[in-house]
Write a protein that binds this ligand. Structure first.
Ligand code: 6A9
Length: 812
C-alpha cells in the first residue's frame, strides 16, 4: 500500500516537475518517509516495544510471566531483552520497516511461545495506524492450564491527553475490550483498543474482590513524573506490591488465594500519562492492541488486523526471495528461513533513541594517551573528569544486540546497513542522515551513542563518557558510496533491472534512474563527509617527524588516539595486539587504510557530483597514502602489513602480529589486482596454520604468541564484519584479470561456505546469532542474540559461488 501511495505521489510530483521542480519530489520523499517510518518496534531493548520516531509521544510495551507460584513473578517476568534467560531464541521471523512483521519468543522458562505480529496501515496525516496481535501458545512440555499474567504498558510522554473510556464495572475491572482515547499535537487524535481477545481465564472459589476474577481486564491509570515513565517494570511492581499488601493481612498460609489472584492490579481507570493493562489467562491466549489514527478515518478492527497480518507476511516472503536471491547450496527452504530470520532481526532491531549523552570536552591530558588515569573509575577519578550531559540528541539506528548493546555503535552501523540497503535504500539513507546529524562542528561523531537514562542504565559508568578526539572506523562511507554506485548503475541499466527496483517501497528505489534526485542527497551529505574526513586527518594524524626519510614529502600517517596499554577500543578491534609499550610515535596500519578508503570514496562521490576542484587534492592524498602504506607499514620479511613504532634506538620499527590488522589495505580495497604483495596477503589469508579456519578467518594468527590469550576477544575468534570485507575483496580479485585470480576464486568459495555453515549450524543448535565464533569448534560465543553484523550472512548466501573450473574471465 505504501508502495502504491508512494508511486502515486511520485507520479504526481514528476508531473509537477514538468514545471521545473525536483524539490517537490524531494519534499514528498521526506514527508512519505516520515509517514511510513513513523511507527515501529523502535524500542529494541524490549521484547516488544512500539514507539514513534519522534522525541516524545505515545509508546507501549509488553510484559508477561507465569503465575503458578508466588516466586514466578520475580523470576519469570519478561520485559527488557535479557541475555542468559531460559529463552530458546526470540526475534523477528519476518520484518519490513514499512509494513510490519512477526516476532516469536520461545520462552522455555514460562513454558510458552509468544508471537507478536505488528502491522502498519497508512492513512491520514499522522503516520497512519498500527496494530499488534499478541499470542501466547503453551509449549508442549507445559500443562495446558498454566496461568499467565500479561501486562501491556501504555505511556504518553510529553504533552498530550490519554484517557480510558467508559466505566470499568464499578472498579471491578473490564469485561470486554478496553478503549483509550488520546491526542497530542504530533499524533493528532487517536484511539487505542486492547481487545478482550480469546483464551480461558482461571476460576477461583476464593471469596475475593470481583476485580481479582480471572475474566476481568484490569486497568490502572497513573500520573507519573516524566523522568520515571521509562521505568515501566518498577512502575508495575510498585502497583502490584500495593495491591498485595491490601490482601495479605486477610489470609493465612492455608487460605491464601492462588498467585494469579494475589498479583492483580487495583483497578483505577481514567486519565493519566501511564496506563497499565492487566489480563490473566489459563493456557494459550490471544488479544490485539489496535492504534487508530483519527485522521486516517475508519478505525481498525481485529478482522482488519487478521487480513493485514496475512498480506504483510505474503508480501514479505515474495519480496525476500527477490531481494535476497540465495545461491547454491543455500537456495533451499531451511536457509531461506534462516536468512529471513537473520535479516528481519537486523531490520527489526532498528530503534529510535533520544536524550542526552555524556561527553567530555576538556581534552585533559589524562585522556590524551595511554594514561592509566583514564581507566581509573573510582568515585574521585570520575569527579575529576569533566564529563557533561550534552543534548538532547536523537538517533535512528540499528543495534548490535537487543539484550546487550541496545544502542547505536558507529562502525557497526555501516555493516548493518549493507543488507538493509538492498531492501530499502530510503530507510538506509534515513539512518545515515540521522548519524550525520549527530556530528559536531569539528566533524566528530561519537563512537557509541548512549542517549537518555534508559540507554545509560545498561552501561557501566566507565564506558559512558565519549571523547571528541576518539575515532571509530568510518564504515558509513561504504553505504554512501554504494548508494552512489546504485545511482550510476541504475542510470545506465537495462529496464529489467529497473523493474525489480521499482518493487521497492520508496521513491529513491522507484527513481534510481533519476540522478538529479539521488544527487540531491549526495550533494547535501558530501560536505558532512568531507568535514568528517578532515577531522580524521587532523585529529588522528601520526607523528612522523621522527622519520628522516626523504620520500616522505607528504605526511600521511595515522595513529588511533586514546589507546591504552591493553586496548584500542577506537579501532573497533579492542584487544588486538598493538606495539608495546604504547608510544606517541606509533602508527596504525588499519587507521591509515580507513583514511585511504575514505579518500577513495570521496573521490568517487566528488566525481559523480562533478566537484572537480576537490578531486585533485584528494587524489594527491590517496597517492601519498598508498605509497606510505607500503613505505611505512609493509614488511617484506613477514609478507604482510604491520603497525609501526619507534624502537629503543629511536628508529622506525615494524611490529607484526599477523591477523586482521595485517590485511587492512586489502580489506578496504586499496590493493591492485596485479600487486605482488597481494600474492603474499592471499597466502596469509589462505594459510590454515595462520588465519584460515573451517569456520572463517581467525582474528589473529594461530602462530602469534598472543593467540587466544588474556581476554581473547580479538585474538583468535572469527568475526563476521572482517570476514565479509575479506570475502568481498576476494570476489573482486577473483573476477578481475590478474595473476591471483585463480587463487582468489578458490579462497572465496571456501570462505563463503565456511562462514555460512558456521553461523547456520550455531543458529540451528542454539536458536541465536552470536557476536563471534570459535575458530576451533565453530561454536557461537560471547554475546548471545547478536543480530548486528553477524546478519551479513544473508548477503553472503546471496553471493554466487564462482566456477573454479571455468576459464577465467570477467564475470562482473
Ligand atoms: C560495554 C557492557 C551490559 C565490541 O558491537 C559493538 C562493539 C563493537 O563496535 C566493537 O568492535 N562491541 C567490539 O569490539 C561491543 C562493545 C560493548 C561495549 C560496552 C558495556 C554492557 O553490559
Amino acid at each position: 500500500k505504501f508502495a502504491q501511495l508512494l508511486a502515486t505521489a511520485a507520479a504526481l510530483a514528476v508531473g509537477a516537475s514538468a514545471t521545473g521542480s525536483e524539490t517537490v519530489l524531494i519534499n514528498e520523499i521526506g514527508r512519505l518517509n516520515n509517514q511510513s517510518l513513523l511507527w515501529g518496534p523502535y524500542k529494541p531493548n524490549l521484547y516488544f516495544g512500539v514507539r514513534p520516531r519522534m522525541p516524545q509521544g505515545l509508546w507501549t510495551g509488553l510484559m508477561w510471566g507465569r503465575a503458578e507460584t508466588y516466586m514466578d513473578i520475580q523470576q519469570l517476568f519478561r520485559y527488557t531483552c535479557e541475555q542468559g534467560q531460559d529463552i530458546h531464541g526470540y526475534g523477528w521471523d519476518e520484518y519490513d520497516a514499512r509494513t510490519g512483521g512477526v516476532q516469536t519468543i520461545h520462552d522455555e522458562g514460562n513454558g510458552i511461545d509468544i508471537t507478536t505480529s505488528f502491522i502498519k496501515v497508512p492513512g491520514g496525516n499522522h503516520g497512519g495506524s498500527w496494530a499488534a496481535r499478541i499470542k501466547g501458545t503453551v509449549r508442549d512440555d507445559t500443562p495446558d492450564d498454566t496461568k499467565y499474567l500479561v501486562h501491556y504498558y501504555i505511556a504518553q510522554e510529553g504533552l498530550g491527553d490519554l484517557e480510558v473510556q467508559g466505566e470499568d464495572g464499578d472498579g471491578l475491572g473490564f469485561e470486554g475490550d478496553v478503549t483509550l482515547k488520546g491526542s497530542s499535537s504530533a499524533l493528532g487524535d487517536y484511539t487505542v483498543v486492547i481487545t478482550e481477545g480469546s483464551g480461558n481465564h482461571p476460576e477461583s472459589d476464593h471469596e475475593i474482590s470481583a476485580s481479582r476474577r480471572g475474566d476481568r481486564t484490569v486497568v490502572r491509570s497513573l500520573v507519573l513524573p516524566g523522568e520515571h515513565i521509562w521505568q515501566a517494570k518498577p512502575a508495575v511492581f510498585q502497583q502490584l506490591q500495593e495491591s498485595i499488601q491490601e490482601v495479605q493481612q486477610q489470609y493465612t498460609d492455608e487460605t491464601l488465594p492462588p498467585p494469579w489472584q494475589i498479583y492483580r492490579l487495583k483497578p483505577q481507570a481514567g486519565g493519566g500519562n501511564v496506563h497499565l493493562i492487566q489480563k490473566v489467562f489459563e493456557g494459550s491466549f490471544e488479544f490485539d492492541v489496535i492504534f487508530s489514527s483519527a485522521s486516517a478515518g475508519k478505525e481498525l478492527t481485529s478482522q482488519d488486523v487478521t487480513r493485514e497480518i496475512k498480506e504483510t507476511s505474503e508480501a514479505f516472503a515474495q519480496r525476500f526471495s527477490s531481494v535476497f536471491d540465495l545461491k547454491k547450496p543455500y537456495n533451499t527452504d531451511k536457509y531461506q528461513k534462516f536468512g529471513k530470520s537473520m535479516f528481519s532481526n537486523l531490520i527489526g532491531g532498528i530503534g529510535y533513541f533520544q536524550g542526552h549523552q555524556l561527553i567530555d570536552r576538556s581534552y585533559a591530558d589524562e585522556y590524551e594517551e595511554e594514561n592509566e588515569g583514564f581507566w581509573d573509575d573510582t568515585a574521585e577519578a570520575r569527579a575529576r573528569k569533566a564529563q557533561q550531559l550534552e543534548g538532547p540528541y536523537e538517533l535512528f539506528t540499528s543495534v548490535p544486540s537487543r539484550p546487550f548493546f541496545p544502542r547505536g555503535f558507529f562502525w557497526d552501523e555501516g555493516f548493518h546497513l549493507i543488507p538493509i540497503a538492498d531492501w530499502d535504500i530510503d530507510l538506509t539513507l534515513e539512518v545515515v542522515k540521522s548519524w550525520y546529524n549527530t556530528m559536531d562542528s569539528d566533524g566528530w561523531i561519537p563512537r557509541e551513542q548512549i542517549l537518555g537514562p534508559e540507554a545509560r542504565s545498561k552501561v557501566p559508568a566507565e564506558f559512558q563518557v565519549q571523547y571528541p578526539h576518539y575515532a571509530n572506523p568510518p564504515t558509513l562511507f561504504l553505504i554512501i558510496e554504494d548508494f552512489m554506485e546504485r545511482l550510476r548503475g541504475a542510470n545506465g541499466s537495462a529496464p529489467a533491472e529497473k523493474e525489480t527496483l521499482s518493487q521497492g517501497q520508496t521513491l529513491y528505489n522507484a527513481h534510481l534512474d533519476n540522478l538529479e534526485l539521488g544527487g540531491d542527497f549526495l550533494r547535501k551529505i558530501y560536505p558532512l563527509l568531507r568535514r568528517q574526513y578532515d577531522w580524521f586527518r587532523k585529529t588522528q594524524k601520526g607523528n612522523i617527524k621522527a622519520y628522516d626519510r626523504e620520500a616522505f614529502s607528504s605526511k600521511e600517517a595515522y595513529r588511533w588516539k586514546g589507546r591504552s596499554e591493553t586496548h584500542c577500543l577506537t579501532s573497533g578491534l579492542d584487544d588486538y595486539p598493538r606495539p608495546q609499550p604504547p608510544h606517541p610515535g606509533e602508527l596504525h596500519v588499519d587507521l591509515m587504510s580507513w583514511v585511504g578508503f575514505m579518500t577513495k570514496s570521496l573521490i568517487n562521490i566528488a566525481d559523480a557530483l562533478g566537484i572537480a576542484d576537490e578531486i585533485a587534492e584528494l587524489k594527491k592524498n590517496l597517492f601519498a597514502i598508498e605509497r606510505n602504506l607500503d613505505d611505512l607499514h609493509w614488511s617484506e620479511k613477514d609478507g604482510c602489513y604491520c603497525d609501526a613504532t619507534i624502537d629503543e634506538y629511536e628508529e622506525h620499527a615494524l611490529v607484526c602480529h599477523k591477523g586482521y590488522i595485517s590485511l587492512f589495505p586489502f580489506l578496504v580495497g586499496l590493493m591492485k589486482p596485479d600487486d605482488a604483495k597481494l600474492g603474499k596477503i592471499l597466502d596469509l589469508v589462505g594459510d590454515e596454520s595462520h588465519l584460515f579456519s573451517p569456520h572463517g578467518l581467525r582474528s589473529l594468527s594461530k602462530q602469534d604468541p598472543l593467540y587466544g590469550t588474556e581476554e581473547n576477544y580479538w585474538r583468535s575468534p572469527v568475526w563476521m564484519p572482517i570476514n565479509y570485507m575479506a570475502l568481498t575483496q576476494l570476489h573482486r580479485i577473483a573476477t578481475q584479470e590478474g595473476p591471483f585470480q585463480g587463487k582468489a576464486r578458490g579462497l572465496y568459495n571456501k570462505l563463503r561456505t565456511n562462514l555460512v555453515d558456521t553461523v547456520f549450524k550455531s543458529w540451528e543448535e542454539t536458536g541465536f546469532a552470536w557476536e563471534q565464533y570459535n575458530p576451533e569448534t565453530g561454536a557461537g560465543q560471547r554475546t548471545q542474540h547478536f543480530t548486528g553484523w553477524t546478519s551479513l550472512v544473508v548477503k553472503i548466501m546471496a553471493m554466487a559461488p564462482l566456477d573454479e573450473a571455468a576459464p577465467i574471465r570477467d564475470e562482473l
